[in-house]
Design a binder for this molecule. Structure first.
Ligand SMILES: [Zn+2]
Length: 298
């Protein structure tokens, strides 16, 4: 197997996806399997896929991250992995050098490398689906942060809260008013339930908004304004060259094409209009980004 083969595996809640690329970038392996329920079976399944790619080393993306304090996996929605020495177990079972990384960081790396962020120096990435994930790539390098917590945009406070945002919604992380509680499918669902007394999925609320339901349209408008504030706030912190949007809700023009002029109003000058684009690689971004973990610029 040539050294130039790069391979990545994306461990998701429903699917595990492995890809391998030749030196020229051509896809030479692409396989998805159903994620097993049990922790040990997940580790085994990843090891089998890693072997099948034929790579000499591999990158692995998954929800959550390894604690720099005790090495145990944390914050994953694949809850069987939480509290487990996931990285060490994978390394031992796979038997070739591995790197593990948060999945949203892998998406960001993939988009910065040859996706919507290609050619830009500072790429901020959001994945907006059930939750709100983030990633930050500067000069081709993933910014993990001193404690592995950089670009956790979903757990920053919702910027400039107004009467419509109060009282602040408690987050599962223990704080009140995290952005994810407002800007996500879950956030849209909570917002709608608060005003209409009915709990619907984010997708159902979007469907109703498209069908002309006033309460749903208002909820979608609040989602847009809140996300515009998040992007304006991000401009005031790092002023990224481009903001790339992935995840299910990134299909909404309200959160991509229509967002820049609204976000601009929240920049300090009021005139900094961020470039916002939709992710290019869709659901293969995780495996693509994981395959780049060994070859980031350092
Ligand atoms: Zn939180």
């Amino acid at each position: 197997v040539p050294e130039s083969v790069r391979a990545g595996i994306d461990v998701g809640g429903t699917k595990i996806h492995a890809m391998a690329f030749a030196g020229d970038g051509a896809v030479i392996f692409d396989k998805r399997i159903v994620t097993p329920k049990d922790y040990g079976a997940i580790v085994q399944a990843v090891a089998v896929l890693a072997d099948e790619t034929g790579a000499a080393r591999i990158g692995i993306g998954a929800p959550g991250s390894s604690s720099p304090v005790n090495g145990l996996w944390r914050n994953a929605n694949i809850v069987v992995c939480n509290g487990q020495p996931f990285h060490q177990d994978l390394a031992q079972t796979i038997g070739i050098p591995i790197k593990t990384e948060n999945d949203a960081n892998c998406f960001a790396l993939s988009e910065a490398f040859d996706g919507a962020g290609q050619g830009h120096d500072v790429v901020a990435f959001f994945t907006i689906g059930t939750g709100l994930g983030g990633g930050l790539v500067v000069g081709g390098r993933l910014i993990g942060g001193a404690h592995g917590e950089a670009a956790e945009f979903g757990h920053t406070g919702l910027p400039w809260p107004d009467a419509e945002d109060l009282p602040l919604i408690p987050c599962f992380c223990g704080k009140n008013g995290c952005t994810e509680m407002y800007v996500s499918g879950t956030g849209l669902s909570k917002d709608y339930a608060l005003r209409n007394g009915v709990t619907l999925t984010g997708l159902e609320i979007i469907r109703r908004a498209r069908a002309g339901e006033d309460v749903a349209i208002a909820a979608l408008t609040r989602l847009q304004l809140r996300f515009a504030r998040v992007c304006g706030n991000l401009v005031n912190m790092i002023d990224p060259d481009i903001i790339v949007m992935g995840g299910g809700l990134a299909q909404l023009p309200e959160l991509v094409e229509e967002l820049s002029p609204i976000a601009m109003r929240y920049s300090f000058s009021g005139t900094a209009e961020p470039k916002i684009a939709r992710a290019k690689h869709g659901d293969s971004s995780g495996a693509r980004g994981a395959s780049l973990l060994w070859q980031q610029r350092s």
